[in-house]
Design a protein around this ligand. Structure first.
Ligand SMILES: [Zn+2]
Length: 263
């Protein structure tokens, strides 16, 4: 069975639901924390729409069909920022946020980057009352866009949280499909949680394929609180697009391994 298809994505979500997990957006998680709601089991569904925005509508439809809510973070680049797709995902009841990379785009000029951030936050707020934003961890950029928050505070802009900064990772286990597998933190430059990853690895909370993830959920070895990040561009049922993505990612992982080794 091929991995990273929409069919297997749906199977993963349905297995989680069958095992009693609520599938929630990042804003719902933050509000639950704030209101001190003790949920037994939940998965925060986060999508970083880096490219191929149309694919994200497909995952959004699957989630909507099974009563799940997710957070979709859009970049300003045309491959991601597609108004029709954003509007359609809003209609399906999901959360929309800004996938920001202003420090990279403004070449590390923090004041310019903050103005740029505000402009584009306002832009995305034309479609949705954006409450959360999430860094785009461009692996080839020397700038970390989270550095913006060393000087400025997004909370003054009505933003209630940023996944890398406001998730309690001592309580929430993190999974990402970066590298087109579930243990790609080994080759990821920025999409990883320093400090906790070692702890999770020691507890054997590492899986490579989606099939393995599903089996872990079925066996009850998945933690009760999880954030799952996916990049919808990787998930497709279309055979030609699937092979193209597979080849591209295999090449990218080689380059990323070299970057990580050099750090
Ligand atoms: Zn991204």
């Amino acid at each position: 069975m091929r991995d990273f298809t929409l069919d297997i994505y749906r199977e993963l979500l349905e297995t989680l639901q069958a095992k009693g997990y609520r599938l929630i957006s990042f804003a719902e998680y933050l509000k639950g924390q704030r209101d001190n709601v003790q949920d037994t089991k939940y998965v925060i569904l986060r999508h970083d729409v880096d490219l191929k925005a149309a694919n994200s509508l497909k995952t959004a439809q699957i989630e909507h069909a099974i009563g799940a809510k997710a957070s979709y973070y859009f970049r300003i680049v045309p491959e991601s920022n597609q108004p029709e797709i954003i509007r359609s995902i809003v209609v399906l009841g999901h959360e929309i946020g800004y996938h920001y990379e202003d420090m990279s785009l403004c070449n590390g000029d923090i004041d310019k980057a903050y103005e740029h951030f505000k402009t584009w936050l306002d832009y995305f707020r034309r479609y949705y009352a954006v409450e959360t934003v999430c860094m785009h961890g461009a692996p080839t950029s020397k700038w970390d866009s989270k550095d913006l928050w060393k000087k400025y505070d997004y909370k003054t802009l009505g933003i209630i949280g940023e996944p890398y900064m406001d998730t309690d990772f001592s309580d929430v286990f993190y999974l990402t499909d970066t590298g087109r597998c579930w243990d790609g933190y080994k080759v990821s430059v920025r999409d990883k949680i320093p400090g906790y990853q070692e702890e999770w690895t020691a507890k054997s909370l590492t899986w490579h394929t989606t099939q393995e993830l599903i089996a872990a959920v079925e066996q009850g070895s998945m933690p009760a609180h999880v954030m799952i990040t996916t990049h919808p561009q990787r998930w497709t049922n279309d055979t030609a697009a699937w092979y193209k993505e597979w080849l591209l990612q295999s090449a990218k992982n080689i380059v990323k391994r070299i970057i990580v080794k050099q750090q």
